[in-house]
Design a protein around this ligand. Sequence first.
Ligand code: PLP
Length: 217
Amino acid sequence: MGLEQIKARVAAATQAAGRPEGAVTLIAVSKVQPLERVVATLEAGQRIFGENYVQETAGKWPDLRQQFAGVSVHMIGPLQTNKAKTALELFDALHTLDRPSLAEKLARLVQAQGRSPELFVQVNTGAEPQKAGVLPDQADDFIKACQLMDLPVAGLMCIPPDGEDSTPHFKALAEIAARNGLQGLSMGMSGDFESAIAHGATHVRVGSAIFGTRSAR
Ligand SMILES: *Cc1c(COP(=O)(O)O)cnc(C)c1O
């Protein structure tokens, strides 16, 4: 298991960027991993996890939360509006707030429940048609619309296009966050988290480098 190595690399990249210790939160992405690998990571002390699917999370994390205190699970996959209510019961953070219909639904639920998950607006920095997220030139308006609905937006999230240098995408996301006064930057995965940290990531989402390769879903 690569948890200790990845933690060390996160710490080294944080220091190399001249950022304070603890400035970067490591999210261990456990989607479609065998349960024993997830349990081993919990036993090694990791408490913050990322998942992509509501159903998989519902089948796994309620039990694990009973066994391990202080767990926090972050939703990093696309969220259907009709699963928003269930998602609020399962997740402590949502990284994929990406459209007005979802924002409106969340705003109603958050108001009714009096608490909100930590929210990140997903920005489609590569403007890829098949990818979720608001387009970069629509991000400012969407962030403001969320804030007007009293949704507490903590930051922004991006998934750079496959096979491209992520650096311009990290920079673009950081710029949008800065001009909107947002602190959180959810960016960087197994292949590029060190560069993301150099560009200001506050949350890195690392799966295969911790757990090993995923089998197909
Ligand atoms: C699966 C996934 C990750 C983790 O990817 P790795 O390359 O395995 O680190 C990170 N972010 C999102 C949105 C994902 O879907």
